[in-house]
Design a protein around this ligand. Structure first.
Ligand SMILES: Nc1nc2c(ncn2[C@@H]2O[C@H](COP(=O)(O)OP(=O)(O)OP(=O)(O)O)[C@@H](O)[C@H]2O)c(=O)[nH]1
Ligand SMILES: [Mg+2]
Length: 257
């Protein structure tokens, strides 16, 4: 049996997970590649794509709220655990497509998938060998050095929790000016630049903490290549595709337009 490659789109609420998942699938369709989308967000209401496998066929956030008399956040937590309980059925449905790429759109709040055991269990059960995480950084939270570092720490936490190969992605890059893009790129390429910007921004009592954090990010690979993407003209999708193939095939299927 051939082995599918699972790509998880994970990031803070509104970081662009659903949009990027849809843009990625469109991009694969244009190149004759076979990719399906799995929606794992039971609270999702509208999509720019049609999910091929939809967790809402098993779990409805609204029904969970009503049946257990929970508010939206409590219900989301209950749903996260219910996803894990239904994941074997979901896996069977995914495998029936016999697709090469499984693009997984994850729940709005990152902590539901990353911090709870259910997310880890889901990844391990769907495919423990060929899974990778696309961690999405929202540019509106990354324009200051401390904002950018906080985002990298969340990315590192995701890596620490889920323990899968991971790439960092800067979404919605069309919303950044050339100067903003240039600064973020410099911070992402050079930890020294980032440290310099941090200590300029924060009072000196944070100097030691900033230094420690930048070291942590650098030493544990949080400071990897940052791939800018945008829904405009599918910017960056080819770079994600190539990063995936560098990880899993040593670059055999890398694509150049
Ligand atoms: N300009 C611009 N807007 C974008 C881009 N990607 C997403 N957005 C917008 O950002 C908002 C959030 O996008 P979603 O794709 O729904 O983000 P999400 O992470 O799935 O959101 P939740 O699941 O609710 O956490 C929407 O208004 C999108 O249209 C982009 O590349 N450029
Ligand atoms: Mg979404």
């Amino acid at each position: 049996m051939k082995e599918e490659l699972y790509i998880y789109f994970i990031g803070t609420a509104g970081s662009g997970k659903t949009t990027l998942t849809g843009t990625f699938q469109q991009w694969t369709e244009l190149r004759g590649l076979d990719a399906i989308i799995v929606n794992l967000d039971p609270g999702a209401e509208t999509f720019p794509y049609k999910p091929d496998v939809d967790i809402r066929d098993w779990i409805s956030l609204k029904e969970v709220m009503e049946s257990y008399e929970l508010g939206p956040n409590g219900a989301q937590i209950a749903c996260a655990d219910m996803i894990a309980l239904n994941i074997e059925e979901v896996k069977k449905t995914i495998e029936s497509f016999k697709s090469d790429y499984i693009l997984v759109d994850t729940p709005g709040q990152l902590e539901l998938f990353v911090f709870r055991e259910a997310g880890k269990y889901t990844i391990k059960l769907l495919n423990p060998k060929k899974s990778m995480i696309c961690y999405l950084l929202d540019p509106s939270l990354a324009k200051t050095a401390s904002g950018f570092v906080s985002q990298l720490l969340l990315s590192l936490t995701t890596n620490f929790r889920l323990n899968q190969p991971q790439v960092n992605i800067l979404t919605k890059s069309d919303l950044l000016s050339d100067d903003e893009m240039e600064i973020i790129k410099r911070w992402s390429d050079d930890p020294e630049e980032l440290y310099g910007a941090l200590i300029n921004e924060e009072a000196s009592i944070y100097r030691e903490m900033s230094e420690g954090i930048v070291h942590l990010i650098k030493d544990f690979g949080g400071h990897t290549q940052l791939i800018p993407t945008s829904k405009v003209e599918s910017l960056g999708i080819e770079d994600i595709y190539n990063a995936v193939h560098l990880l899993f095939t040593g670059g055999e299927d890398i694509m150049k337009d």
